[in-house]
Design a protein around this ligand. Structure first.
Ligand code: SAM
Ligand code: FES
Length: 344
């Protein structure tokens, strides 16, 4: 019965609400689902895995998302910001490791002016014209996004986190709204960015209906990249006593996403690698095709802890590169060193 649903999902890239809920809810063996997702990924991307060098350039954040370890109210985090030169150094290290996409991620803050962000982006593009620059800086005014795009940024990552507004309000303080986040996503798309969105699996109060709403929202947005990660608690947040999300459900959602969005770039996230030592390999086998090794300077890695026990906080950029090469090879895929643009 469920196998029939999976085949139909693969063929039609869609199912009814009731059928999707059944797939999400039922506690079944996910090997057939993963196998079908892998088939679709191979049709579109072969065994290629793309690599994005991640620079977590600041943990300063004005937001207070209840799940996040670097939220404003967490006074036990030492705050840092990298200079333009430090960020460029990270990219140089990444370029030497043959990475051709750099993701600049930070908390949401006005610490860097738009002018500074644009200057960082254009310096990277000038020095590495064959590389893509992805920004992940949170919600900004439309004009700021336009300026970043004009400065040369190619892609923008902004997870919607949950597409149900009541659930959104349980995860965020009252000043934040799902409506604004969605507005940002559609603006980014309209400006011409390759856009990434996504959600966490297993956040407090999440139900399968919320996950269904996430899938439906992504169908509306049609993003190029879809990042989902397991929710993991952080000891200094209001959600410290909530259980972590499930690896199995995260893998299941990756496979469903691959079947619904065959062309999408889907990362096997650090959160997945944190839930289980082989979580990222399982993610690749379930349909993911992107990895995001950390290029941030070692001195600041332990200050960008979104959740407890985050992996890769003590390994240098080149140690991470080596580790990932071996992991990808052992899982039966190959790392490809190019920009890895979406194949639509
Ligand atoms: N400030 C930017 C933004 O809001 O999009 C980028 C940084 S934010 C820390 C990056 C992502 O981390 C969020 O979109 C969220 O999904 C994820 N994240 C935060 N806390 C997490 C947690 N406790 N468990 C899993 N993922 C988490
Ligand atoms: Fe960083 Fe393995 S990916 S140590």
């Amino acid at each position: 019965m469920l196998e029939e649903l999976v085949v139909r999902l693969r063929e039609a890239r869609d199912l009814s609400d009731a059928e999707l809920l059944q797939l999400i809810d039922e506690d079944q063996d996910i090997s057939f689902l993963a196998q079908q997702a892998d088939l679709v990924r191979r049709e579109h991307y072969g065994i290629d895995v793309y690599v994005r060098g991640l620079v977590e350039f600041s943990n300063i954040c004005k937001n207070d998302c209840l799940y996040c370890g670097i939220r404003r109210s967490n006074a036990s985090v030492g705050r840092y910001h990298l200079t333009e030169q430090q960020i460029l150094e990270c990219c140089r290290l990444g370029y030497a490791l043959n990475y051709r996409t750099f993701v600049l991620q930070s908390g949401e803050s006005a610490y860097y002016s738009d002018q500074q962000i644009c200057s960082i982006v254009s310096s990277i593009k000038e020095e590495f014209p064959d590389c893509a620059v992805t920004l992940s800086l949170g919600e900004k005014p439309e004009q700021s996004y336009r300026d970043y795009f004009r400065a040369g940024a190619d892609r923008y990552l902004l997870r919607h986190e949950t597409a149900d507004s009541a659930h959104y309000a349980m995860l965020h303080p009252s000043g934040m709204s799902l409506g604004n986040r969605k507005r940002c996503l559609f603006q980014l798309k309209e400006i011409g960015f390759q856009v990434g969105s996504g959600f966490m699996v297993g956040t407090p109060y999440q139900t399968s209906r919320h996950l269904l709403a996430d899938l439906r929202f992504l169908q509306q947005l049609q993003p190029d990249m879809i990042g989902i990660g397991t929710f993991l608690h952080h000891k200094d947040t209001p959600f410290k006593s909530f259980p972590d999300g499930s690896l199995q459900l995260t893998l299941k959602m990756i496979s469903i996403l691959r079947l619904m969005f065959p062309y999408a770039l889907i990362p096997a996230t650090t959160a997945l690698g944190t839930v289980s030592p082989f979580g990222r390999e399982m993610g690749l086998k379930a349909g993911a095709n992107v990895l995001m090794p950390n290029l941030s300077p070692l001195e600041v890695r332990s200050q960008y802890l979104l959740y407890d026990n985050k992996i890769c906080t003590a390994e240098s950029g080149s140690a991470c590169a080596n580790c990932l090469h071996n992991r990808v090879k052992n899982a039966g895929y190959q790392i490809v060193m190019d920009r890895g643009d979406v194949r639509k």
